[in-house]
Design a protein around this ligand. Structure first.
Ligand code: IPD
Ligand code: CA
Ligand code: CA
Length: 263
């Protein structure tokens, strides 16, 4: 995909994320009134998730009718297109519905076999992370870099879990980290876990299975902030999800060995 085609989508994605974020924030402040459905164990969806995805897809489709879409709530459309938007309208829905301000809108663009744009917006903190291929990563317009930490003793790894996988390996990973004197945080938003790795609040993020819409934007942002990322798209990662590890380049081999990461 040409640089100018990426550039125009990059600026559009930021405006679209802010717009969807406004819509989501308005719903967040009246969350007790929302219709909520259970998709699985500890897996909820509200009318706000669906309304935000409809708004995002509606705007992007109007602007870029030739593009494809893969969204968490509304599924896939034209995914053989040259550019495919990967959308999580609200990542961290459980936090959103509990009034915990760790949730975000996440928009990634897949082209040429990689994530070339990433935009993550938390409307509560008004923090917008943005990156496009080869141009670095920013938080509210300021350049960001991964953490300079050199040892596990000064590190904190974000971790995530869902009942898509058995809990044993997750519990084991917590023990392995603590035995290695590495702190951990379970944030409840994979996208923010990646964003926080990109700006050095965390030294990395790991989850044994996560979906493409949770990480598409974050993988681009972490890479552009100087981090190292696992090969998420290997196998059928795009459609079925995969394990994910992102980290500072220095600590990546250590985390990868400790957590027995496959790629
Ligand atoms: C979930 C969150 C959570 C992660 C799960 C995701 P949702 O997404 O990112 O932190 O552990 O794997 O499914 O349901 O809040 O959009
Ligand atoms: Ca998600
Ligand atoms: Ca979601």
């Amino acid at each position: 995909m040409e640089t100018d085609e990426i550039e125009i989508r990059f600026w559009a994605a930021q405006a679209v994320a802010r717009d969807a974020g406004r819509l989501a924030a308005e719903a967040y402040h009246r969350r007790a009134e929302l219709d909520i459905e259970r998709k699985g164990t500890q897996d909820l969806v509200s009318e706000a998730d669906r309304a935000c995805e409809d708004r995002i897809v509606g705007t992007l489709q109007h602007l870029f009718p030739e593009d494809g879409f893969l969204g968490e709530e509304r599924g896939a459309k034209n995914t053989s297109a040259k550019a495919v938007w990967i959308i999580d309208p609200i990542d961290g829905t459980a936090n959103f519905l509990r009034g915990i301000p760790l949730w975000c809108v996440s928009l990634g663009l897949l082209a040429d076999g990689e994530f070339v744009i990433g935009v993550i917006y938390n409307p509560v903190t008004e923090e917008l992370y943005a990156a496009r291929r080869g141009k670095g990563a920013t938080l509210n317009g300021r350049k960001i870099d991964v953490s300079p930490a050199k040892s596990l003793e000064e590190s904190r790894l974000g971790i995530g879990y869902s009942y898509r996988r058995p809990p044993g390996p997750h519990a084991e990973a917590v023990k392995v980290l603590l035995d290695a004197h590495c702190e951990y945080s379970r944030l409840g938003s994979g996208a923010l876990g990646l964003a926080f790795t990109a700006d050095g609040r965390l030294e990395g993020y790991w989850e044994s299975h996560i979906n493409a819409w949770d990480v598409a934007a974050g993988l681009c942002i972490v890479k552009e902030a100087g981090g190292r990322v696992s090969d998420f798209l290997s196998g059928d990662g795009l459609t079925e999800g995969n394990e994910v590890l992102v980290s500072t380049p220095h600590l990546y081999p250590t985390f990868s060995t400790l957590l027995k990461v496959r790629s």
